[in-house]
Write a protein that binds this ligand. Structure first.
Ligand SMILES: [Zn+2]
Length: 241
């Protein structure tokens, strides 16, 4: 049963979160997605690559890792209340923002018809502050998603094969970009931080207990900006075209 703390303000809203690797969305937006699911939304995940490069274990093979990461993502999504996870299974480290990827993303957008889309900010190339280069798959994913939202999903004559499959054009209303340095919107995840941590811990091949402690600390720091116990921050775009 859903307690009083969850208003049904997201009733009938549809959310699509698109990430490059299994676990990206659980780091970036799972607290908010889980909260909005509790508030009545239906959420879907779309994962673009198979995550086949994410291991230092000398005994690990790519084939094994792909299977493990898919299972981990499905288990994490279940904890968060995600209705379905779509996997495009492109090769990890080789994702390109090309027409092939955009056609696939547009197909999913036209299929699930989201009001709200989450993805990684393609403008996040590096962080001087944190001393890291952003993974090129994250950039390719974010750019492909934005291109697919506008104009590809909107225009009837783009990918006319979709019309034959009864997929109609679709306009997304809001986009939340995951960017760990630049944020303009802070959302309270105090009621779902435990689900975010639980989901992250299910990515056993990727995430340690210590890493989740750091994520919790970071969510606390983000929350302080708005007086929330825990928060996630995004760059928000409201679309009018
Ligand atoms: Zn990633």
């Amino acid at each position: 049963m859903i307690g009083k703390k969850y208003r049904k303000s997201m009733n009938r809203k549809i959310i699509l979160a698109v990430g490059a690797h299994p676990d990206d969305l659980d780091f970036g937006c799972s607290g908010t997605v889980a909260k909005w699911v509790k508030e009545g939304a239906t959420a879907y995940y779309l994962i673009c690559t198979n995550g086949s490069k994410g291991s230092d274990d000398p005994k690990m093979t790519q084939k094994k890792l792909v299977k493990i990461r898919k299972m981990e993502q499905l288990a994490a999504a279940k904890v968060l209340g995600i209705k379905k996870v779509f996997f495009l299974s492109h090769e990890d480290g080789e994702l390109e923002n090309n027409l092939e990827l955009k056609e696939k993303v547009t197909r999913i957008i036209r299929k699930v018809r989201p009001d709200i889309v989450f993805t990684t900010d393609p403008l996040m190339i590096y962080s001087k502050k944190r001393g890291y280069l952003n993974h090129p798959d994250h950039r390719a994913c974010g750019q492909a998603v934005l291109d697919s939202i506008y104009p590809l999903s909107r225009d009837r004559l783009t990918f006319p094969n979709h019309e034959k499959e009864k997929l109609k054009p679709h306009k997304v209303k809001k986009v939340y970009l995951i960017n760990f340095d630049e944020q303009d919107t802070f959302l309270d995840i105090s009621s779902t931080i435990h689900l975010k941590i639980k989901a992250l811990l299910l990515h056993k091949s990727q995430v340690s207990k210590e890493a989740t402690e750091r994520i919790k600390e970071w969510a606390k720091r983000v929350g302080k900006k708005k007086g929330y116990r825990f928060a996630e921050g995004f760059k928000k775009i409201i679309l009018k075209n």
